[in-house]
Design a protein around this ligand. Structure first.
Ligand code: FCB
Length: 399
């Protein structure tokens, strides 16, 4: 049986914009308003008010950790205007998690930024790093006792969003982000993140890491979207080239961090032309991804190699499906791959499933990733069998 590190975290994850509701001062709220075809987050699933219930359900099921985020647009709705009430809210979340025996894993930036920040050059402007630092500094005041802090979520995806928010980018590129399921059942290949944007985000991450080191006892890291890319025969060099721009730049920036968050959903091949679109198959997920529970193993091994052995937290892994039996099957296979990686000596400190709740999937409500369903009119929570199942795995520490 696989020997997990003592205190291995078993949990589930969310992001503030996807669950809280009415994140009206954020750039994404504006994007939803302005982008034709995009669904609105609206009340989301009202976790801003119902977080205690969400945490209770996770804890009662047997999980030991909850990853959630702090929303910059709430903490600093206008530049320099720090909301003590918002900070107190997130401190209550941290205390509530601890009260339920859940180790909080706190994300400081999960795709969204305040509207004022985005509208004044955002990540590309000369003030970006300093502005992010001011926010991070303000948040450090409520992080007492928090052990795990993710400065930034998926900078390699954020870099694509930043690039696409430039008004001169093509309508075609925008459409890619808005069309998870295209007519022929294939998920379009995402554009590459712009390395210049990526390096800027790495700079922001390092600045935030320094502030966290100075002001808190937390472990600091960031989380990277891992596409578990593999080469078709003869295309190893192309794989290295593609992977550098999409992932490795961000993994290399994690060297020297206390941990790295691995986020994995599916796997794709790379041929001489680049990333091969997901093949159509009946078991493709609701986001059009190939059903690839083995992706996590590829992601863990690649991350371990590129970072040179930075301890790993799986900060996201899951499946968009309306069939909860498929969710359990996917997750149990994914965990087998995780255990195999641990058996091979990779230092994995926890597994946080995406997601605790069905939520707002960045412009869409259809892809359901949750262990808990939510009635979007009454906000009533309905745990799915997968929640009890994962809780049981957590209690036993094995499958
Ligand atoms: C990741 C995001 C997360 C969620 C999942 C499905 O890219 O970090 O917010 O959308 O994918």
């Amino acid at each position: 049986m696989t020997r997990l590190t003592p205190g291995f975290l078993w949990g589930a994850a969310t992001a503030p914009h996807q669950v809280e509701g009415n994140n009206v001062n954020s750039d994404w709220w504006q994007r939803e308003l302005r982008t034709p075809g995009m669904e609105r987050s609206g009340d989301a699933v009202d976790s801003y008010h119902r977080y205690a219930e969400d945490m209770r359900l996770l804890a009662e099921a047997g999980l030991t950790s909850y990853r959630f985020g702090i929303e910059w647009a709430r903490v600093e709705p206008d530049e320099g205007q720090i909301s003590r009430a918002a900070l107190a809210h997130y401190r209550r979340m941290i205390d509530t998690a601890a009260g339920f025996g859940l180790t909080p894993v706190v994300t400081l930036h999960h795709f969204t930024a305040p509207r004022w920040f985005a509208e004044d050059e955002g990540w590309l402007g000369p003030k970006a790093i300093g502005r992010f630092g001011t926010y991070v500094q303000a948040v450090t005041g409520i992080l007492g006792g928090v052990e795990w802090v993710c400065t930034m979520n998926e900078p390699n995806m954020l870099a694509i969003m930043v690039w696409m928010s430039d008004p001169v980018r093509s309508a075609e590129a925008r459409k890619l982000m808005l069309t998870p399921t295209v007519a022929d059942g294939r998920y379009p290949v995402l554009p590459d993140p712009d390395p210049e944007v990526g390096l800027r985000l790495a700079e922001a991450h390092h600045a935030a890491r320094e502030i966290l080191k100075r002001e808190t006892d937390a472990k600091a890291g960031w989380t990277v979207a891992n596409h578990a890319l593999t080469a078709t025969p003869g295309n190893e060099a192309k794989l290295r080239e593609v992977r550098y721009v999409k992932e490795d730049l961000y993994l290399e920036a994690a060297r020297g961090d206390d941990f790295i968050g691995v986020q994995s959903y599916s796997s794709q091949a790379v041929d001489q032309n680049g990333v091969v679109p997901h093949p159509s198959a009946p078991d493709n997920t609701l986001t059009g991804n190939a059903y690839r529970p083995d992706a996590i193993g590829i992601a863990l091994r690649h991350t371990w190699e590129v970072t040179g052995g930075v301890p790993i937290l799986v900060t996201e892994n899951g499946i968009a499906t309306a069939d909860d039996t498929q969710r359990i099957a996917y997750t149990s296979q994914a965990l087998r791959h995780l255990f195999a990686a641990v058996d091979d000596g990779i230092d994995v400190r926890g597994y946080l499933h995406w997601s605790a709740l069905d939520n707002f999937e960045w412009g869409h409500w259809k892809p359901t990733f949750g262990l808990i369903a939510v009635d979007r009119e009454t906000f009533e929570r309905q745990p799915k069998p997968s929640l009890a199942w994962l809780g049981e795995v957590a209690r036993r520490g094995h499958l």
